[in-house]
Design a protein around this ligand. Structure first.
Ligand SMILES: [Ca+2]
Ligand SMILES: [Ca+2]
Length: 563
């Protein structure tokens, strides 16, 4: 009865119930959050109400809830509550999220970042102990063949399930930098024997809140309690606002033995270090390029701890979310091709037929059921690629190859099946609905010289024409430098499992390669991480064993077969 009266009182004091605006809050409690929540619900605010969507943390003394301003104010006066704050937005720290590095097909990838950190020099000495790296990000594509061997599990703080599947792509790229597997394909991570845990705290647009991050840290602390071992937090995200409750969560993690790294931010030299990187218990990581110069986008500040490679970094991407590529396979030879914008994905195999310029009358009867090879142009009366592909489909062709009429493809003038009409060049463009709706056949472009080679082989030669997506991509940002640092820490910790997080951090600091002005500075922090030097400082005995031969440098096709 008492609770009912108090609740009624609360309701009656609100100006208008339906108009009461709500927001998402983090509430720090005095003592364990679960007990505090029960006490608060009895006298102040009904935290069990469905509308509150209360999320109670197990290790961090706090909960998250949806509250009206009045309810938040009531909680500020509750004896069970020490602090109330609105959740803050946090986001990925790519320089240019979602943009493929290049439209050209990269056939071999050897990430130079691992060499800048001298990580391969440590690999022969790392033992059977596997460091646990918890990546708080957009999730992970755990089916990726370069990540599956090292994926240990995870949590989704958005869906509140144990499935952190990556619906954005960023987290998968970060995971590959930490620990892509050492095998015969793809890329190699800094710590290829580390165990990857993925916590999805950012949604498919790359954005989340401090609530998600606190929930992720809370999950990680519980997981470490159960599993034991050496644990690292890696956060390639941030924004400018300070959250005392999020800061408290990192402090809890530190007390529980974690070592934490976060991205310094991508707003450039005049911008302060972002949060969570700027918290005292988190190591802020800035980005350098392969010439050891600070990246133009890397933030600065006295909280900077280290720099690591963060420009043009090749790593894994989630299946189907990588850049598109096209190729032809003829007589065992691969010909690089360009997927036309609007072509579906697919692999079509068949005999190809010379179909002139792809005008309606250019298609022989044999085009039906075969691949149409058409020329660009003619220069005197050009036919749109869209119309060539439509004509080929009408003639019964299964796919289309368009050969250029001169040298190279021009990146600034991509070939399209889906045309746009613009008010002015590049301004006010609108895709033609009839092209968007049309089911085009798989259509690729090839260079003139390759087309002439094909024409010499008609009509009996078969070709496999493929338009697909890369499983690897190149990205830049302090999002990329952060997992390099976390991976280096994971690598050296595996040499000395009895070391504390503070020991590992100290080894990284004392051996970092000083850059910029002498000693610590606000641009490079303590400098570039040296995994080999830090490993020797942390665990000299590990290097006294006769060295086993270092694994060969991995060079490989950029795409691994995915089954
Ligand atoms: Ca690999
Ligand atoms: Ca310096």
């Amino acid at each position: 009865m008492r609770r009912l009266l108090l609740l009624l009182t609360t309701v009656l004091t609100l100006p208008a119930l339906s108009a009461a605006e709500t927001g998402r809050y983090l509430v720090a409690t005095r003592g364990p959050a679960r007990a505090a929540k029960i006490a608060i619900s009895k006298v102040a605010v009904d935290l069990d109400a469905e509308a509150a969507e209360t999320r109670v943390f197990e290790n961090v003394p706090a909960f998250a809830a949806t509250l009206t301003d009045d309810q938040a104010e009531a909680l500020r006066h509750s004896p069970q509550v020490s602090y109330v704050e609105r959740v803050l937005e946090r986001h990925i720290l790519d320089v240019d999220p979602g943009r493929a590095a290049s439209s050209t097909h990269i056939s071999q990838i050897h990430p130079p970042g691992i060499d800048l950190l001298k990580a391969p020099g440590v690999w022969p000495y790392s033992g059977a102990v596997r460091t646990n790296v918890v990546i708080l990000d957009t999730g992970i594509d755990y089916t990726h063949p370069d990540l599956a061997p090292n994926y240990a599990g995870g949590y989704n703080t958005i869906a509140k399930t144990d499935d952190p599947r990556d619906d954005h792509g960023h987290g998968t790229h970060v995971a590959g930098i930490v620990a892509a597997a050492d095998n015969s394909f793809g890329v190699v991570g800094v710590a290829p024997a580390a165990r990857i845990w993925s916590v999805k705290v950012l949604d498919k647009s790359g954005s989340g809140t401090t609530e998600n991050i606190v929930a992720g840290i809370d999950w990680a602390i519980s997981k470490k309690e159960v599993m034991g071992g050496q644990w690292i937090l890696s956060l390639s995200l941030g924004s400018s606002g300070d959250s005392p409750i999020e800061s408290g969560a990192f402090a809890r993690a530190t007390n529980a033995g974690f070592l934490s790294f976060a991205a310094a931010g991508n707003s450039g030299p005049d911008a302060a270090i972002e949060f969570p990187a700027a918290y005292i218990t988190v190591n802020a990581v800035g980005a350098i390029n392969s010439a050891l110069e600070i990246a133009s986008f890397s933030n600065r500040g006295h909280e900077m701890a280290f720099v690591a490679p963060g420009v043009d970094i090749d790593s894994t991407v989630a299946h189907g979310l990588g850049p598109r590529f096209a190729e032809l396979a003829v007589d065992g030879t691969i010909i690089n091709a360009m997927p036309l914008y609007g072509s579906p994905l697919g692999e079509i195999t068949g005999t190809y037929v010379d179909c002139g310029y792809g005008r309606i009358g250019d298609f022989p009867a044999s085009a039906s059921g075969n691949i149409a090879l058409v020329r660009r142009g003619p220069v005197s009366a050009p036919i749109d690629f869209s119309d060539k592909a439509r004509n080929a489909k009408a003639a019964g062709a299964t796919a289309v190859i368009v050969m250029n009429h001169d040298g190279e493809f021009l990146l600034e003038n991509p070939w399209v099946l889906i045309r746009s009409d613009c008010l002015a060049p590049g301004i006010g463009c609108k895709q033609r609905p009839e092209d968007v709706a049309f089911a085009f056949p798989v259509t690729v472009g090839i260079l003139k010289a390759d087309g002439e080679t094909l024409l010499q082989k008609v009509p009996s030669t078969r070709v496999a024409e493929t338009v697909s997506t890369e499983d690897y991509d190149r990205k830049s940002g302090t999002s990329m430098s952060t997992p390099h640092a976390a991976g280096a820490a994971a690598l050296i910790w595996s040499l000395a499992p009895a070391a504390t997080a503070a020991d590992v951090r100290r080894a990284l600091i004392t051996t970092a390669r000083d850059l910029g002005t002498k000693g610590f500075d606000t641009t490079f922090g303590y400098g570039l991480i040296d995994a080999l030097g830090a490993g020797k400082a942390l665990a000299p005995a590990a290097f006294s064993n006769p060295a086993t031969p270092a694994p060969p440098v991995i060079t490989h096709k950029s795409r691994a077969a995915r089954h």
